[in-house]
Structure formats: C-alpha cells, structure tokens
Design a protein around this ligand. Structure first.
Ligand code: BES
Ligand code: MN
Ligand code: MN
Length: 461
C-alpha cells in the first residue's frame, strides 16, 4: 500500500516536471490532419498511426505497431509485465472530424495554440488529446517506477468518426491478441470543470439519406405550380410528420424495444447537477424542445431521437429563381437506446417514408453507418477503482452519466471480445468537439493524466 503511494507519487511528479514537453509533443500529434472521411488525407492517416506508434515506443511499449486494414490503419501494442494482475485494453481513436467551416476557427485547426488555459485545435478533445493522456500516464510510470502495476494493451483506430467500418472484423481476427479483463475508453467528457465523470451508457445510431423525386425536370413554378407535387414540400411534410407536438416519434414500432428508465435510475439522474437556464443561455436559445415527460439529461442520455442533419434541394443560389424543383434530399439520423436494433430501426424508418409518400413522387433511401447502444454495469471493482482515482485527483465526487453520443465499437467489444468498457472522459462541455475551435482544458488534461496513473495502480488492487 505504502509502496503504491510512493510509486504513484514518483510517476505523478514526472508528469508535473514534463508538462512543457508534453504540450509540445501533443501539438505535434495534432498537427497531422487525420480526417478519416477525406480521401485526400489517406497519407495523413498513415502518418498519424506511425507517429502514435513512435509515441508508444518512446513510452516503453516496444512492440507497438501499425496494422493495416482495408481502410485506415489500427495501432496496437502491449506490455504484459504484471503476472497475476488484470489486463486492460486501452481504446481510442486517432481520426478527427472535418474542420469546416474553416473561417470560424481563430487559427489554423492543425496548428494548436493556447488560449484561456485551453489548447485549441482539431482533435484536442476528440480524441487525440485523450489518447495522448493514456500514453503519457504509462510513460510516466515506466520512466520512474520502471514497471506497470497492471498489464496493458492498446488499440487505437483511425475510423471512429466514419463509423468504424473495419474495426469489428479486426477484433474478430485478433481475439487472442486483444484478450483482456476490460476496456478503458477515454472519448467522452466530464460533467463540468473540476467535476469528473464515468460514462456508463452511450446511444447507438442509424443514419440515412432520403431523396424525393417528382417531375422529370425542374419546372417553371408559375406555369406548373399548383398542379404538380413539389418534392421539396413533400419532403418537409414527411419529415415534419415523424414527430408529434410532444416530441414523440411516430414511426410505427420505433419505441417497441426501448427499455424504460427504472425509478432507481431516474433518482441517479436527478442527482446529477444540471441547470436548464444555463444550458439554454450557453446555446443561445429561449426554450428547449424535447420529448415531454423527461428531463434534459434523460432526453439526451436515455431517449431515442430522430434528427434532420441536413436538407437541400431546389434553388439555393443568389437572389430569386422561380422554380419547382425536380428533387430534394435530406440526411437524417436517429440516436438509439437499449434495446433498439439499428438494422430494425433503419427498416422501420425507410418503411415510414415509403408508406407515407404520395404517388406523385418517388422516394430513394440510402443507408449509412449505424451502431448499437450500450449501457455497461457500474458495480464492478474496476469502476470503484476508477472512481477513487478520479475523486482523489480532482478532489471531487464522481458523477455517473449516460451520454447521448455514440462509440459504435463499444457494443462490439462486448459481443466480439466479451468485454465491458469503462468510459473515462476528460472533455469539458465547452470542448466544442466536431465544431470550430475544439479544445482541451489544460488543467483538466494535466490532472486527468494523474488520474490515469492512479487508475493503473488501483486497477491492480
Ligand atoms: N467521442 C464521440 C462520441 C461521444 C460524444 C461520446 C460525447 C460521449 C460523449 C465520438 O467520436 C463521435 O463523435 N461519435 C459519432 C459516431 C460516429 C459513428 C460518427 C457520433 O456520436 O456522432
Ligand atoms: Mn470521439
Ligand atoms: Mn467524434
């Protein structure tokens, strides 16, 4: 026990004395434009994977290596030097979202700069910064104590932001190599500055595009308007008919598998501090608009949604053009909760649009990626260990959250490898993930690394 304390202290001191170097090293990682959805960045994806392999090697994970897939690469590495102790599989993603709209960034999104205690760049919070924290927590222990208290394995993918299309088959093909006791994922957030959190639930998703086509060409809206169905109008009618005025989704069967919150869980949710007034002023809205009967955190963490992500068609240029467009398109998605099945929901959604479209138009549906929702058990010893590590490091109690975002591979860790995931996230609510000026709060970044060192030790107990 005493030894554990000393070892942790040495590693934590190392983190403190290396802060400047870590900041510079993180900037170098962030400088690689690893946008997985952009075919022009294929080289950057490989460069980023190689760069991380070098970071792992420098930390002391000597067998770190880049593994090719039919898409972007995966980085793996392991250090199995603690016989009889648990093995943790550390997962993170090296890819980032696109940076547009570029003009809303204060500086180049790949040239990280510090402002108001925050490091600003694409990938700081989601997720290169958080991956980096794990690598450096391991490095700090290896460079001081010389040996890790648990066995660790790393799996860093490069396709999370495009739905991890090749990772499930990588897990299938490498079950033995990835065998562990549980997965640690740092790709989520804290409740607020100084308020650490463990996330135990993520929503799943389905994503599709709906194209409505009417006449065989764009028409003069004066000559034909009034007699011919307008695809843009039909599309918005269809979209608007998905929900009632209480925010409930009217797609038949949509809620059939949704597991209602237990009274106990609602109590747990009620304990998490949340201020709707602040939430609204942060977002610049006068009112919230969600499913009736649920709190904001319940709505985003435990209820399924239907969202229009984008809608386009007809004339969108300068000035006015009188036209009845031949077609209109919307990109729509649903966030899913246990036990909804993405394949089933995509079927039901597609059927809803087909069944409700008038004969005056035709509907074409294209399906994109999906992922299953997860809720992981919170009564495990490693959860208690992480809770202790976080509360000691941040000097604050830990909140247990179900988050609205999706990390599709978490469900696959369970079904393919049989592993539950511990989601320890360090992004703050104003991290602006997927948005311009994404950032990580540096004091949280530094304290977070210390908490990860403590985790390694408490997992071993
Ligand atoms: N890190 C996020 C997911 C997340 C966000 C978890 C907030 C917890 C809290 C992840 O990188 C992400 O953005 N996922 C995508 C899903 C993917 C299939 C495009 C998402 O949620 O939209
Ligand atoms: Mn992420
Ligand atoms: Mn993301």
């Amino acid at each position: 026990m005493e030894r554990t304390g000393e070892a942790m202290e040495q590693a934590i001191n190392y983190l403190k004395t290396n802060r400047e170097r870590y900041l510079e090293e993180l900037k170098a990682l962030l400088a690689i434009p690893s946008i997985s959805s952009d075919p022009e960045r294929k080289g950057a994806m490989m460069e980023c994977a190689e760069h991380c392999t070098d970071l792992l090697k420098a930390a002391g994970i000597e067998n770190a290596a880049v593994k090719e897939t039919s898409g972007h690469p995966v980085v793996t590495g392991s250090l199995m030097d603690a016989p009889g102790k648990p093995t943790i599989l550390i997962y993170g993603h090296l890819d980032v979202q696109p940076v547009d709209p570029l003009d809303l960034w204060e500086k180049d999104p790949f040239e990280a700069h510090v402002k108001n205690d925050r490091l600003v760049a694409r990938g700081t919070a989601d997720d290169k910064g958080q991956v980096f924290m794990h690598i450096k927590a391991v490095e700090a222990v290896l460079k001081t104590v010389g040996r890790l208290p648990v066995n660790v394995k790393f799996i860093l993918e490069s396709e999370e932001e495009i739905g991890s299309p090749n990772l499930a088959s990588f897990l299938e093909a490498n079950k033995d190599m990835l065998n562990a006791d549980f997965v640690v994922v740092s790709d989520s957030g804290m409740l607020a500055e100084g308020k650490p959190a463990i996330t135990y639930g993520l929503r799943g998703m389905t994503y599709l595009e709906i194209e409505v086509t009417g006449p065989n060409r764009d028409l003069h809206s004066g000559t034909y308007g009034g007699a011919v169905a307008n695809p843009a109008e039909i599309l918005v009618r269809l979209l608007a008919s998905v929900k009632d005025n209480q925010g409930r989704i009217l797609i038949p069967g949509f809620y059939d598998r949704v597991i209602d919150l237990t009274g106990e869980e609602r109590e747990l949710f009620a304990k998490v501090p949340h201020d709707d007034a602040k939430y609204m002023s942060d977002l610049g809205v006068e009112e919230l608009w969600g499913e009736a009967g649920y709190s904001t955190r319940e709505q985003t963490g435990t209820r399924p949604t239907f969202e229009v992500n984008g809608i386009y068609g007809g004339f969108t240029g300068h000035g006015a053009k009188t036209v009845l467009p031949a077609r209109a398109t919307a990109k729509v998605s649903s966030r899913l909760v246990p036990d909804q099945d993405p394949d089933e929901i995509v079927e039901l959604t597609e059927k809803f649009f087909r069944d409700n479209a008038p004969k005056s138009v035709s509907v074409k549906v294209t399906r994109f990626h999906g992922g299953r929702p997860t809720v992981t058990p919170i009564d495990r010893p490693y959860i208690k260990a992480a809770e202790r590590a976080l509360s000691e490091s941040f000097n604050h109690e830990v909140y247990f959250l179900r988050e609205g975002g999706s990390i599709p591979i978490v469900a696959d860790f369970k079904t393919i490898l049989g592993l539950d995931s511990l989601l320890l996230g360090y992004a703050l609510p104003d991290a602006r993930t997927h948005s311009p000026n994404e950032n990580i709060h540096l004091p949280t970044f530094y304290t977070g690394m210390e908490s990860l060192v403590r985790c390694l030790y408490y997992f071993a107990e």
